[in-house]
Design a binder for this molecule. Structure first.
Ligand code: FES
Length: 92
């Protein structure tokens, strides 16, 4: 169980992830994050990690430079630290 702070459309959302991918957690709680393929290819769900760590199950869409800069595919990302902070704003 990780605490996630997520900036989406100018709003700050505080949510517990419970082992699910960040995108799924947001959708399950009624939010409307951007997504399309949900399989790590299209990058529509891209966000930037500001604090903490995640693991991506697969990543077919981001190149190494983007990953080094903190970009993540939220459909594939599960927090592996107790808390994470990320933003969808200004990265699409
Ligand atoms: S929704 Fe396509 S890569 Fe995440």
């Amino acid at each position: 169980m990780a605490k996630a702070t997520i900036i989406l459309d100018g709003q700050t959302i505080e949510i517990e992830t419970g082992g699910k991918a960040i995108l799924e957690t947001l959708l399950d709680s009624g939010h409307e994050p951007p997504f399309s393929c949900t399989s790590g290819v299209c990058t529509t769900c891209m966000a930037k990690l500001l604090e903490g760590q995640v693991e991506m199950d697969v990543n077919y869409g981001l190149d190494e430079d983007q990953v080094e800069q903190g970009y993540i595919l939220t459909c594939q990302s599960r927090p592996v630290s107790d808390a994470v902070k990320l933003t969808y704003d200004d990265v699409q």
